[in-house]
Structure formats: structure tokens, C-alpha cells
Design a protein around this ligand. Structure first.
Ligand code: ADP
Ligand code: MG
Length: 150
């Protein structure tokens, strides 16, 4: 476990690298507010909890989150991308998303094939689910109730 990291923001369009086509869509958050935090924590994959305002009664889901580099900005800016572990019927661009990262899974790494990448992400998701089952403390954190539209 790590000391928890709190993120909130409006879901924006990502770089469109086709995460959704891989079956692993990631909701991208604006990074401006978090630049100093992002400079202090390792690039990589984290796990935790997240909800989306106005989607399924603001239900709080398990999530896996990547802090990475944004190729659109020639890898000078980082990205915050959150995969909620649930199948949604609709997109939620423009909605407010709140997330708490409670653990670190692995550093970012290069994969030699798409298959390896997909396998790694699926392993991340499975690991996140296992860890969160044993570590439910933050699922009902106040942050998920009071931080909308502020
Ligand atoms: P983009 O490059 O615009 O981020 P993605 O392929 O990563 O595109 O898809 C992300 C979008 O998919 C999110 O912004 C959200 O609206 C939608 N979405 C649907 N299901 C999920 C999910 N389980 N986790 C995250 N985003 C999801
Ligand atoms: Mg994305």
C-alpha cells in the first residue's frame, strides 16, 4: 500500500490509442492540477477506487490507473488514465470522476508485442481486484460524497 492519492476531474478525450478497442478503455483526467504530485510519484500502474458523477448512482468501482507519458505532447506531459473495472453501456466524457489510488502495481515498461501489453494489463486488473478485496478501507471514503462540482 501507498499513502493514498486523491484525484478528481472532468473526463476528457485521450490520445485515442485505441484502449477501448483492446477492451480496456481508460478515462483520462486533466493533469494541470496534479503536476506537482505527478512529479513526485513513479510512472506506472496503480490501483484503487473510482466513481463517475451521474453514472450508475455514483457507484464506487475498483479501478486500475496508469500514470504515463502523453505522446501528443511529445512525452513532455504526463497522463492520468483510469480504467474502471466494470462494463458500462455508455461513455462518460464530460462527467466528473473521483478516484483514490491506494496501491502501486508496477512501473511503466515497454512491451515487445501488443499481446504482451494486453496480458500485462489484464494481470494488473486481476491483481488490483485481489488487493482491493483485502483492502476495502477507502471504498466508502467521504471524498466520493462531497467533492462533486467543487
Ligand atoms: P480516450 O483516448 O478518449 O481516453 P479510450 O479508448 O481510452 O479513449 O476510452 C475511454 C472512454 O471510454 C472514457 O472516457 C469513458 O467515457 C469510456 N469508458 C467506458 N467504459 C469505461 C471503463 N470501464 N473505464 C474507463 N472508461 C470507460
Ligand atoms: Mg483513455
Amino acid at each position: 500500500a501507498i499513502s493514498p492519492l486523491f484525484f478528481k476531474g472532468t473526463v476528457i478525450q485521450g490520445f485515442g490509442r485505441g484502449s477501448k478497442q483492446l477492451g480496456i478503455p481508460t478515462a483520462n483526467l486533466p493533469v494541470e492540477e496534479y503536476e506537482s504530485i505527478l512529479n513526485d510519484i513513479p510512472i506506472g500502474v496503480y490501483y484503487g477506487w473510482a466513481n463517475v458523477h451521474g453514472v450508475n448512482d455514483n457507484k464506487i468501482y475498483k479501478m486500475a490507473m496508469s500514470i504515463g507519458w502523453n505522446p501528443f505532447y511529445k512525452n513532455t506531459k504526463k497522463t492520468i488514465e483510469i480504467h474502471l473495472i466494470n462494463k458500462f453501456e455508455q461513455d462518460f466524457y464530460g462527467h466528473q470522476l473521483n478516484a483514490i489510488a491506494v496501491g502501486f502495481i508496477r512501473p511503466m515498461c515497454d512491451f515487445s508485442s501488443l499481446d504482451e501489453l494486453i496480458k500485462a494489463i489484464n494481470d494488473d486488473i486481476e491483481y488490483a481486484q485481489q488487493q482491493l478485496d483485502q483492502q476495502p478501507q477507502y471504498q466508502n471514503h467521504e471524498f466520493f460524497k462531497h467533492c462533486f462540482n467543487s
